[in-house]
Design a protein around this ligand. Structure first.
Ligand code: ADP
Ligand code: 5SP
Length: 461
């Protein structure tokens, strides 16, 4: 049996799947948690890789790493981190994103140059923040990697030059997504001097080998890897509910949305991945469970015991600032609380807020791509919740296709590894899916939209 190893170095953990390259069957899987926070010592991801993937690597013939997008791993001339990595959900660089957009000539010019209108999440915004707030650190930056590049380099034989792929590169802010080339001038302008960028590896090829001779594919950003893991096809919309909330689709042509609602990333093959991302997703439920003193199963039970609209309680879940809508300084806003509000209402409101935020993301994607989705598929850690599964079709207002619970980013990475190994993208059938249906509850979205719009302040960009 030929085995390949797919790894997801995501925000909250490293997940590793050892997979039979012939048909995509998972042979073994392991995971290791990451430190919490939006600023993390990136060496923790290397330790997590060693723990989760290390024991599986010796049985694999090829490896590929998917990872959280955008994170700034700034290295000095010796290849050591200059400071902790700033993650995609760290919103301190919002002002700097605005500066970079202005320097490029405005939002549409920015989208035309890099495929997206920059937000705080983008690596370039973080580099500019370091330049402006930590000049001593900035001066020492010799090279910048993305989280997945940093982990791939760690897995490679000593002395291997860092490498990445077009999918993850397209989230940096210094990559011309439509032509597939680095823009070293934009990287230099973000940090204030020229820096080395990782070599770009073509889809379906290997970037390096481990010391033991295991091939390492280019890897990708987690959303591009998930699209590959799901076998996403044109017309599908993939909703992912992990640390981030994401609605994404495959497109044969690049997208350059000057409104900034849709980021025009590249995918992990030869296409494109228009995507709408939120910063607050599964952790809305984590927080609510903590506040109510229950676990996730009990939170779902409470929520399903309350009526739709949560007896008038609704809230904006933009606790850590938000990216869609672009409100980096926002905090959560609750309304409709009365002496009659129950724990059940509070639990249900959390699911309704999460799913309304995702429904907004789907609507923005549908509007930008101009086509009603053929299918909406749903993955990510929060889909383990019975309440997410029950309420998603009601709030999204459409049937939702649910694959069996699994690690689809790691599966996509494994598919990339098999592609690099054999020269062909393997055709791994998706395990049996379930279609979730429910009567739409548009009133829930109306209440959310009213609150969202009444708290709107114009963003600078
Ligand atoms: N049964 C559940 N109900 C709700 N949320 C859950 C459940 N199981 C896991 N989660 C949440 O899913 C999130 C992790 O999802 P995952 O897709 O692995 O995230 P990421 O890829 O961003 O690290 C965590 O916030 C976790 O609490
Ligand atoms: O910033 C984005 C997409 O642009 C996020 O989707 C990150 O890629 C993190 O993903 P998860 O760890 O939540 O999967």
């Amino acid at each position: 049996m030929t085995l390949v190893l797919g790894v997801d170095s995501s925000t909250q953990s490293t997940k590793a799947l050892l997979i039979d390259a012939a048909d995509g069957t998972v042979v073994e899987q392991r995971s290791t948690p990451h430190p919490a926070g939006t600023e993390v010592d990136p060496r923790a991801w290397l330790a997590a890789f060693d723990e989760a993937a290390g024991p599986l690597l010796e049985r694999a013939e090829a490896l590929s790493v998917g990872g959280q997008q955008h994170g700034m791993v700034a290295l000095d001339a010796a290849g050591e981190p200059v400071r902790d990595a700033l993650l995609w959900n760290d919103t301190r660089s919002a002002e700097e994103a605005g500066d970079l957009i202005e320097e490029l000539g405005g939002p549409q010019a920015c989208a035309d140059a890099i495929g997206s209108v920059m937000v705080a999440s983008f690596t370039a915004s973080k580099l500019r923040w370091v330049r402006d707030h930590e000049p001593d650190h900035a001066a020492r930056v010799a090279q910048v990697l993305l989280p997945h590049d940093y982990v791939s380099r760690h897995a490679a034989a000593p002395g291997t030059a860092p490498f990445t792929d077009r999918g993850d590169a397209s989230g940096t802010g210094y990559f011309a997504t439509s032509t597939g080339e680095w823009r070293p001038d934009l990287a230099a302008s973000a940090i204030g001097h020229e820096i080395a960028l990782p070599r770009l590896v073509e889809p379906g090829t290997a970037g390096a080998e481990t010391a033991a001779g295991v091939l390492i594919a280019g890897g990708s950003g987690d959303n591009a890897a998930a699209a590959l893991g799901m076998g996403l096809e044109t017309g599908d919309v993939l909703v992912s509910i992990g640390t981030s909330g994401v609605a994404s689709a495959i497109s044969a042509v690049p997208v350059a949305d000057g409104s900034g609602a849709v980021t025009g990333f590249a995918d992990a093959a030869h296409g494109f991945l228009p995507l709408v991302a939120t910063v607050n997703a599964a952790q809305i439920l984590d927080l609510q469970a903590r506040w109510l003193g229950v676990d996730h199963a009990e939170l779902a039970e409470l929520a399903l015991a309350a009526p739709a609209r949560s007896n008038g309680v609704s809230f904006l879940p933009y606790y850590g600032g938000e990216r869609t809508p672009n409100r980096p300084d926002a905090t959560g806003v609750w309304t409709g609380l009365t002496p009659r509000t129950t724990r059940e209402d509070l639990a249900r409101a959390a699911f309704e807020a999460l799913l309304c935020s995702l429904a907004d993301a789907v609507d923005l994607l549908v509007k930008a791509t101009g086509a009603e989705p053929r299918r909406i598929l749903m993955v990510g850690g929060a889909t383990r919740s019975a309440a997410v599964r029950a309420l998603a079709p009601a709030i999204l207002g459409r049937p939702v296709v649910l694959p069996p619970s699994g690690e689809y980013v790691a599966r996509g990475a494994a598919r990339q590894a098999a592609w690099a190994l054999t020269g062909e993208l393997p055709d791994w059938p998706l395990p049996d899916t379930e279609t979730l249906e429910a009567d739409p509850t548009p009133g829930v979205r109306d209440a959310y939209a009213a609150l969202r719009d009444s708290t709107k302040r114009e963003a600078r960009a």
